[in-house]
Design a protein around this ligand. Structure first.
Ligand SMILES: C[S@@+](CC[C@H](N)C(=O)[O-])C[C@H]1O[C@@H](n2cnc3c(N)ncnc32)[C@H](O)[C@@H]1O
Length: 361
């Protein structure tokens, strides 16, 4: 943590610093709120320092090898981009889907450029014009260079903004014929697939436009794994009760490569949800589930994975028995462990927001 001398504390830091005389009891919402503000102030202070160093560097001396590039990229560009681009199964499915799904001469919007891969595949598939938007400015800049290197800048326009900020006329010259997106995390919705598609479908795609993927399904199984549960929960350490740490645990789903941890499945794989991306409301919601327990044990979570329908029989999926996929599985902890016996019907409620899943009993 950077030491900030008293006289130079930023307004955000001053606001976040609680008055010690008025500090109420341990664990109070007031103290938690103050700690949250302090944590954000630290983050802002680090960013301000980084920005001031960068602003004092003449642009012409900023080479791609500069320390600042590596440092900021490491913080702001998720490392999984590399594993994702090396996932040949994923790439082949997406490229084939575009070859089969993009009509000759169509206009295409690709949400989430990354390196520009899907935009280039759409252009190669015969699109007359491709727009690709990327909300991460560093990635947008790289995508522009990649597209340029391939001599595709006259067909592909990279827009460095979130899709939800695009204007169909000003940015795209009118609604597009095809919308493609690969913005899914291990549990489907964590990257904002639902709000992004909801918005794009209404504002950016022509009324009979083609949507890739057209549908997304979520599958899951009840599971028990002390090892995985301990990635996100704690009771004692070194003889001390440290369970208050659980205040800071991840709520909702988180990624886990299930095959690398000892675990038991307590139910068979079952379909949990299906989204018709072209027609369903794609709003937050909830659904009652009844899963048939296949063996005795204590269910701790619902392990989930997705299947994307990319058209023409092409699917993309990340089940636990597909270790070749760069996507892990999603682990949605139950509110509390549930003892089950083979043959029991286990009633659960699956709730989803725009970005995460929760399961309640
Ligand atoms: C999983 S990556 C896929 C990149 C690329 N399409 C590919 O398949 O290789 C998703 C990218 O979409 C971007 N993204 C997610 N939602 C977006 C949105 N609504 N608008 C623009 N970019 C978005 C993320 O920043 C990320 O770089």
């Amino acid at each position: 943590m950077r030491h900030v001398p008293e006289a130079r504390a930023t307004p955000a830091e001053q606001a976040a610093r609680p008055d010690p005389a008025s500090q109420p009891a341990n664990g109070s919402p007031y103290r938690l709120g103050a700690a949250l503000l302090q944590s954000l102030a630290q983050e802002l202070s680090t960013l301000a320092e980084e920005a001031s160093v960068l602003l004092s560097t003449p642009p012409e001396s900023l080479s791609p090898d500069a320390d600042a590039v590596a440092r900021i990229a490491r913080r702001n560009v998720p490392r999984w981009h590399f594993a994702m681009l090396n996932d040949n199964g994923r790439n082949a499915a997406l490229v084939t889907a575009l070859e089969r799904g993009v009509p000759e001469g169509a206009t295409v919007l690709d949400i989430g450029s990354g390196s520009g891969l899907l935009a280039m595949a759409a252009a190669r598939a015969g699109a007359s014009r491709v727009f690709t938007c990327e909300m991460n400015p560093l990635l947008a800049e790289v995508a522009r260079s990649v597209v340029d290197t391939h001599g595709l800048s006259d067909v592909i326009t990279v827009i460095g903004r979130p899709s939800t900020e695009l204007d169909p006329v000003r940015d795209l010259g009118g609604p597009v014929d095809v919308l493609v997106s690969e913005i899914v995390d291990c549990a489907l919705i964590g990257e904002g697939l639902l709000p992004s598609v909801r918005h794009a479908r209404e504002h950016l795609l022509a009324p009979d436009g083609i949507m890739l993927p057209s549908a997304a399904r979520l599958y899951g199984r009840l599971a028990s794994s002390e090892a995985v549960a301990q990635l996100n929960q704690v009771t004692t350490a070194g003889g001390f009760d440290v369970s208050l740490m659980n205040t800071l645990a991840t709520r909702g789903h988180f990624p886990v490569r299930l095959s690398t941890w000892p675990h038991r499945f307590l139910s068979e794989a079952a379909p949990l949800l299906e989204f018709d991306l072209a027609h369903d409301p794609l709003e937050p919601g909830e659904r009652a589930l009844s899963l048939s327990a296949a063996s005795d044990g204590e269910a701790q979570a619902l392990v989930v994975w997705f299947e994307l329908d990319m058209g023409d029989g092409i699917t993309l999926s990340n089940p636990p028995d597909n270790p070749g996929s760069h996507w892990m599985q999603g682990w949605i902890p139950l509110e509390k462990p549930v003892p089950v016996k083979a043959g029991d019907q286990v009633a659960l409620r699956l709730c989803w927001s725009d970005f995460t899943f929760r399961v309640s009993l």
